[in-house]
Structures are given as structure tokens and as C-alpha cells.
Design a protein around this ligand. Structure first.
Ligand SMILES: CC(C)(COP(=O)(O)OP(=O)(O)OC[C@H]1O[C@@H](n2cnc3c(N)ncnc32)[C@H](O)[C@@H]1OP(=O)(O)O)[C@@H](O)C(=O)NCCC(=O)NCCS
Length: 159
């Protein structure tokens, strides 16, 4: 299994399948800005001649911290729990590290248990923040420091 950079044809496919993959209307989240303006690091995974996963993410500067931000990740329902999400996160994280990012960030809604478990399983820190997305719109904000990641990898290589 490998990731590759997203194409316009992939983006079109994502827009068409995304509501089905999520089990509800979400296609507005796949805004074209995440392909045209912010799509340099966006990735897809293919299997059986179809797209089975995608990650829309970009690098931003937040409070002068260079941050790899995962906007949206989705895996085909028939291909979940096979490591596709993990592979997309690892590939994007490596690209962000190479670009000098100090941390990673993602958000999700309360109750999205799959997303919460997925991030926690990969060692991301989670924090509930009131009004994050506007009045009464609490979100769970996930972060991961990349310095720690790099140190852990260096320690593993030394041992
Ligand atoms: C969340 C999502 C991206 C995970 O992708 P995935 O490819 O199934 O995840 P992986 O197989 O890489 O999982 C890695 C680890 O995360 C944890 N995990 C992933 N999904 C989980 C779930 N639904 N429940 C509990 N733990 C989960 C597990 O520890 C898993 O390792 P394991 O299978 O060896 O136990 C996928 O379920 C999805 O597309 N969900 C719908 C869209 C969504 O909510 N996206 C995130 C918010 S934008």
C-alpha cells in the first residue's frame, strides 16, 4: 500500500463519494481550496483500482509555530482498520517534518468516536475546547509535537 499526491480526478471522486463514506452530508468540507490552493501535500491511497483513502491537509503558521494541519481524512468503509489512515497520517507527518513543522494539529466533533480513538491510538494529545468553532460549537483539538517524535525516532535508531 502506498500513498500518492492527489490529482484533480481524485478530488472529483472524493467529492462524489464522501457523503457515502461518512454516512451523512459532509461534502462542503471538501472545498476546492484544499485541492487548488492548499493541496500540495494532499494524498490518496488506491487499491483494487479505486481510491480507498484520502487526506486533505496543509502547512500553516499558527502563533508563529509551523503546523501541519489535517483538515479532512476519510477511508472507504470497506477498507477501515487496515492501517490506511495510519499510512496517510505518517506520510503527511513526514512531509511536514521535512518542511520544518514543529507540530501537527487536527480537530474533530464530540461523538466522532472513530476519529477520537484513531488519533489517541497514534499518540496525539486531545483537548476539548469550548466555542472553538463558534458559540456553543465545542471541538476536540488534537495536537502532536514533532520534536518529541523526532527524538523518539533518534532514540530508537541509537538503541
Ligand atoms: C477515523 C478513520 C480515518 C480511521 O482510518 P482507518 O484506516 O480505519 O484507521 P487505521 O486502520 O489506520 O487505524 C489505526 C488505529 O487507530 C485506532 N482506530 C481506528 N479506527 C478506530 C475505530 N473506529 N474505533 C477504535 N479505534 C480505532 C486503532 O487503534 C487502529 O489500530 P488497530 O486497527 O490495529 O487496532 C476512518 O474510520 C474514517 O474514515 N472515518 C470516517 C471519517 C472520519 O471520521 N474522519 C476523521 C475526522 S476528519
Amino acid at each position: 500500500m502506498q500513498t500518492r499526491k492527489i490529482t484533480k480526478a481524485d478530488f472529483d471522486t472524493i467529492v462524489e463519494v464522501i457523503d457515502r463514506w461518512w454516512g451523512g452530508p459532509i461534502s462542503t468540507f471538501a472545498h476546492p481550496i484544499f485541492f487548488y490552493e492548499l493541496g500540495e501535500h494532499a494524498q490518496v491511497v488506491e487499491a483494487d483500482d479505486q481510491i480507498i483513502g484520502f487526506l486533505l491537509g496543509f502547512i500553516a503558521s499558527e502563533s508563529s509555530l509551523l503546523t501541519g494541519y489535517v483538515h479532512l481524512v476519510g477511508i472507504h468503509p470497506d477498507y477501515r482498520r487496515r492501517g490506511v489512515g495510519r499510512l496517510l497520517y505518517e506520510t503527511f507527518t513526514e512531509a511536514c517534518q521535512s518542511a520544518g513543522c514543529q507540530r501537527m494539529k487536527a480537530i474533530t466533533t464530540l461523538g466522532n468516536e472513530g476519529s477520537i480513538r484513531f488519533h489517541l491510538a497514534q499518540g496525539w494529545a486531545a483537548k476539548e475546547i469550548e466555542d472553538y468553532a463558534g458559540p456553543g460549537r465545542k471541538r476536540i483539538v488534537f495536537t502532536r509535537a514533532l520534536g518529541e517524535l523526532r527524538e523518539r525516532r533518534d532514540r530508537a535508531l541509537d538503541s
